[in-house]
Design a protein around this ligand. Structure first.
Ligand SMILES: [Zn+2]
Length: 170
């Protein structure tokens, strides 16, 4: 993770970065802002190193682009400190209960695509190719049994669309 953190536009000091592990069988990760990231035990158990690198590159990109701050100010009734948990699987659920609170994912479709693009940039600066993220998204799709769109995620880019966008990018 640290090579990726050093490749951001706004590198954080080592002592600013925290990774918390949530005991949750679902594959998920989140960027909590302030250099704090969350990963589920489900992700750690099922992902290989490359998939983990791809997931983290995407989350670090959200952080580097300031997406969390924007999402938090947009949320009504969401307390500061509440974690915005990212749903990697479109259609899996709009709201995730965690630690007794309800957390909404407020990333927009354009923010997701932007985080993918910037995640690739971070990967490249750290010496990896965009295939890391493409392979990660492909793995997520297979592991989730494909996209199941609908609900609030109708505005969320489908994983296939995100893969296409990455393939077409330079
Ligand atoms: Zn995202």
């Amino acid at each position: 993770m640290m090579p990726l953190m050093r490749a951001t536009n706004n590198p954080r000091r080592l002592n600013e970065v925290r990774v918390r592990v949530l005991d949750d069988p679902n594959i998920n990760a989140a960027n909590a802002g302030g250099g704090e990231f969350l990963v589920t035990t489900g992700l750690l158990q099922k992902a290989n190193d490359e998939h983990l690198r791809g997931v983290l590159a995407h989350e670090i990109a959200h952080d580097d682009l300031g997406h969390v701050a924007r999402a938090q100010t947009l949320g009504t009734g969401i307390n500061i400190g509440v974690i915005l948990l990212e749903q990697f699987f479109p259609g899996s659920s709009a709201v995730t209960p965690i630690a007794g609170a309800l957390i909404a994912n407020s990333y927009s479709r354009s923010e997701e695509l932007e985080a993918d693009r910037h995640g690739v940039e971070i990967l490249r600066r750290a010496g990896y190719s965009k295939e890391v993220l493409i392979d990660t998204l492909t793995w997520l799709t297979k592991t989730a049994g494909g996209d199941r769109g609908g609900g609030f995620l109708s505005t969320h880019p489908a994983t296939e669309e995100r893969i296409d966008a990455l393939r077409k990018s330079g």
